[in-house]
Design a protein around this ligand. Sequence first.
Ligand SMILES: Nc1nc2c(c(=O)[nH]1)N[C@H]1C(S)=C(S)[C@@H](COP(=O)(O)OP(=O)(O)OC[C@H]3O[C@@H](n4cnc5c(N)ncnc54)[C@H](O)[C@@H]3O)O[C@H]1N2
Ligand code: MOO
Length: 410
Amino acid sequence: MNSGCDAPGLMPIEQAMRIIADTISPITDITLCDLGEALDRVIAKDIVSPINVPAYDNSAMDGYALRFNDYLASKTLTLVGKSFAGTKFTGAMQEGECVRIMTGAEIPEGADTVVMQENAVANDKQITFNSAGKGDAIRPAGDDIKQGDTILKVGDRINAIDIGLLASLGVSSVPVYRKLRVAVFSTGDELLAVGEQPRSDRIFDTNRPMLLAMLSKMGVDTIDMGIIEDDKAQIKAAFEYANQQADCVITSGGVSVGEADYTREILEEYGSVDFWKLAIKPGKPLAFGRLPNSVFFGLPGNPVSSAVTFDQIAAPALAILAGCKIQAPVLLPAIAASIFKKRPGRTDYQRAHYFIDEDGQVSVETLGSQSSGVLSCFRKSNCYAVLESERGRVSAGESVHILPFSSIVS
Ligand SMILES: Nc1nc2c(c(=O)[nH]1)N[C@H]1C(S)=C(S)[C@@H](COP(=O)(O)OP(=O)(O)OC[C@H]3O[C@@H](n4cnc5c(N)ncnc54)[C@H](O)[C@@H]3O)O[C@H]1N2
Ligand code: MOO
């Protein structure tokens, strides 16, 4: 029999993500950012290369530059000079001649081939070549990037490789959208802030430090508003302050149906609720809506529910808000190596461990309690087993889908 937790009428996550995409207006403020600060920022104008990379034809090997036709005519050529990376050979290479060349050095005028030194024998100025292929070991100008190529597009999040690409173009600053400001507070009279004296009738606020850490991984500016008591007036005041300071307000706790669960009620009064209660496990009572100047996520108080809903729903929403292009998560097929307890009605994001079994198959096993209060289960896991809503208990050997953990939760 289903408990209230699997009640019908819950919204599928796909529908929730469509609502988020339709509701959120990305920020439009653009700022110039130094390359050294640009990691994780979102490109606001296409970046077009001002130069060729590499700028000149150069050697991929340490060896000898020559004309291939000369090699065909005689395997032994006369050495007439050297070309180093940074100091090119300036002379004119005549018929029957070759030039010593280092990796990255400019190809001398007239040469069309580089033979690596392992395929050559030097006898003073006479170099005999064992083998050569026309055009070998030459990296032409613009081989990597051509002048006028679009390197990064509006909505690309700048990663470490992009920093390298931009550096290779000599770009010292990039137009990006301004950083998001996200305010976070926890609600709950049972919560102690880390650093406070432990008490047998209290628990430590786990979600706020965890969410702030996840947000800092996303490169947003955070506003830590601490713990707010389960008091309607105080929570409302926190909503109003957060809305003035931030583009997005994230709370944890108080979104379910208990007598001290005020979050959704205040959201309804002060802003609007776009959805509440999803067909996912954990995270069913997630609330999403809008405040006068910001968007709002009310994450469920259970730490696992907070983590999963942030990772799967709030993080992509923040990426949209930041002006970033996002892709739907790519689920991978795997074979269940253990049973997965499940009831139909919600899509489960079970914390699991995937590995390659002795037959070379991608397999996935469950490693422990799937309770929404058991945060330690993430540590043992490296993926979600995403078990579709209509499924019941999964037996070992059945096909399932997995979603390897992103850097937000790992
Ligand atoms: N009658 C029903 N009860 C509950 C339902 C339901 O459908 N009907 N849903 C359950 C589900 S599912 C979830 S998830 C939770 C969500 O509840 P809330 O978002 O209202 O959160 P709280 O009640 O405030 O707390 C739940 C749980 O998590 C602990 N908690 C809260 N905040 C923190 C924090 N910052 N750090 C660590 N732990 C926290 C809190 O002490 C509770 O144990 O509701 C179920 N109930
Ligand atoms: O949805 Mo709750 O997050 O199952 O524990």
